[in-house]
Design a protein around this ligand. Structure first.
Ligand SMILES: Cc1cc2nc3c(=O)[nH]c(=O)nc-3n(C[C@H](O)[C@H](O)[C@H](O)COP(=O)(O)OP(=O)(O)OC[C@H]3O[C@@H](n4cnc5c(N)ncnc54)[C@H](O)[C@@H]3O)c2cc1C
Length: 458
């Protein structure tokens, strides 16, 4: 049941009169400000005259769990603990390293909770978590949407493309692209006892903790992107002062530092889209640069969230429109002159130097530039036997290596390569009427030689 434009009630539980606290289970918005879920949890705690406990868990068995993803998350823990303490809020972090470690921690914490507030993230493992906690809890469970600048509930059905959501966003934006009041807790909870293991994390013990986890140790931590809100704020500061003024010209140049590179921080909730949007709105930069940036941050990003919220098939080709299914049927048996295995693709062993460079950038840094990402996806369609295999390969590589993977943008971006949120183009082999991109012409638009050479050094 929708309680207000950002809050969904997930079950019929009743407030526990014996409760010692309100529990905020922080799954995706890993930050202590600009967080509507946290604000809502604080309001509930104040109304019930109870302390608030913030719980964050990191388990070893989510899909693609690796040293890279674990390290990025752990790098923000110490800072979150400090920031929550400054707000008078007890923050508990539990790293479940392997099958021998205690499980069902949320259920245990819920025994002493009046209610549970959590994050309403519309894809990957979160909708399943929320369904289960709502089923198993006797207390009310609320999921709060702090994903984008405009609440997802403002768009009641799946939008067809950017051109259908854009006018709606532009109409709503003045009401949402503005600071909002963040309440403070009335009862300090920092000293409260909780029935839950609390893992001590410091910058010094992260490598040791990660090594002890039963996760994929073959994907190394990123040397380029440190995790945490302070790193996100520092990057935002640099972006707004040095890069934004020319963003409209530089964002399509993978060989320069010309875009925000904030998507990993957005994915893990280290920073909110609102905080970024406000900084961009207030920045000294040409209007065309600001407009170009806000188009990506709000229109494109919120179109992806809209798709995963309303299209249950978002993680498959079934999410594509009818014209794509028709053209895929017509071209399914077209000969693929070059076919690569997953292993060859993963190891950047194709004949295409620019594609290999993109793959190397992703495996080494945890990120791939937007412009190259489109080409990267399109080529895999041509180099695999079926459209399904291409989709599965792209999802796997993107979600395994990219810090910003496993996000609505991951699925929408990959589906875009197959025609989602796009229109039919000229008919051609393999691609049918899906938009085609060739490496040589894409590479000519920016100096791809420098990018290819740089990738070899990674
Ligand atoms: C095949 C493919 C896979 C992709 N996988 C992901 C992914 O896993 N995670 C991810 O966040 N994005 C993904 N994208 C979208 C886009 O490439 C990235 O958001 C962008 O490269 C992030 O870099 P940036 O932060 O410098 O972007 P900027 O150019 O600075 O843009 C600002 C923000 O706007 C949003 N944004 C930018 N481009 C897009 C877009 N095309 N669609 C939706 N939102 C956008 C992002 O949140 C980004 O951080 C994918 C695109 C494609 C074609």
């Amino acid at each position: 049941m929708q309680i207000n434009e950002r809050v969904l009630r997930l079950n019929d539980g009743v407030v526990n009169p014996q409760a010692r606290y309100v529990l905020y289970w922080m799954q995706m918005y890993k930050r202590s400000s600009h967080n509507h879920a946290l604000t809502w949890a604080i309001r509930q705690a104040n109304d019930l005259r109870l302390p608030l406990v913030v719980y964050e868990g990191l388990k070893y068995y989510y899909p693609w769990a690796s040293d890279r993803l674990h390290t990025f998350i752990l790098q923000g823990v110490e800072e979150r603990r400090r920031e929550f303490a400054e707000l008078g809020i007890r923050y508990v972090f539990y790293l479940q390293k392997d099958a021998a470690d205690p499980r069902q921690v949320v259920a245990t914490l819920a025994r002493d909770a009046a209610m549970i507030v959590t994050d309403d993230f519309p894809c990957f493992i979160i909708p399943g978590h929320n369904r289960r906690v709502a089923e198993l809890s006797d207390v009310p469970v609320y999921a709060v949407d702090s994903n984008g600048i405009i609440p997802m509930s403002k768009f009641v059905k799946e939008e067809y493309a950017a051109y259908t959501i854009r006018p709606k966003i532009h109409k709503l934006l003045p009401a949402y692209l503005r600071p909002y009041d963040e309440d403070r807790v009335e009862i300090d909870s920092t000293g409260i006892e909780v029935d839950c293991p609390d893992t001590a994390v410091s910058q010094e013990n992260i490598a040791e903790l990660v090594a002890a986890c039963d996760i994929d140790h073959s994907v190394a931590p990123s040397r380029v992107y440190p995790g945490g809100s302070a790193a996100a704020r520092a990057r935002l500061g640099k972006f707004v002062s040095d890069i934004l003024p020319r963003y409209h010209e530089t964002r399509s140049k993978p060989d320069v530092d010309g875009s925000s590179r904030l998507s990993a921080y957005l994915h893990f909730g280290s920073i909110s889209a609102l905080q970024i949007g406000l900084a961009v709105q207030e920045a000294k930069a040409p209007e065309e640069a600001k407009e170009a940036y806000l188009e990506e941050l709000i229109v494109r990003r919120e179109l992806s969230f809209n798709m995963t919220r309303h299209n249950a098939a978002y993680d498959s080709l079934a999410a594509l429109p009818a014209w794509v299914h028709k053209t895929m049927r017509e071209h399914a048996n077209d000969e693929r002159p070059v076919v690569y295995s997953l292993e060859q693709l993963e190891n950047a062993q194709t004949h295409d130097e620019l594609w290999n460079a993109a793959q190397l950038e992703m495996t080494a840094t945890g990120e791939m530039h937007n412009y190259i990402r489109m080409l990267w996806g399109k080529n895999v369609i041509a180099w695999t036997r079926t459209y399904e295999e291409a989709f599965e390969t792209l999802v796997h590589l993107n979600n395994k290596y990219c810090l910003d993977g496993r996000n609505p943008n991951s699925y929408a971006g990959i589906l875009w390569c197959f025609g989602k949120h796009d229109r039919p183009w000229f008919d051609r082999p393999i691609f049918g009427t899906m938009r085609y991109m060739a490496s040589h012409s894409t590479g000519k638009k920016f100096g791809s030689t420098a990018y290819i050479e740089w990738a070899k050094t990674l």
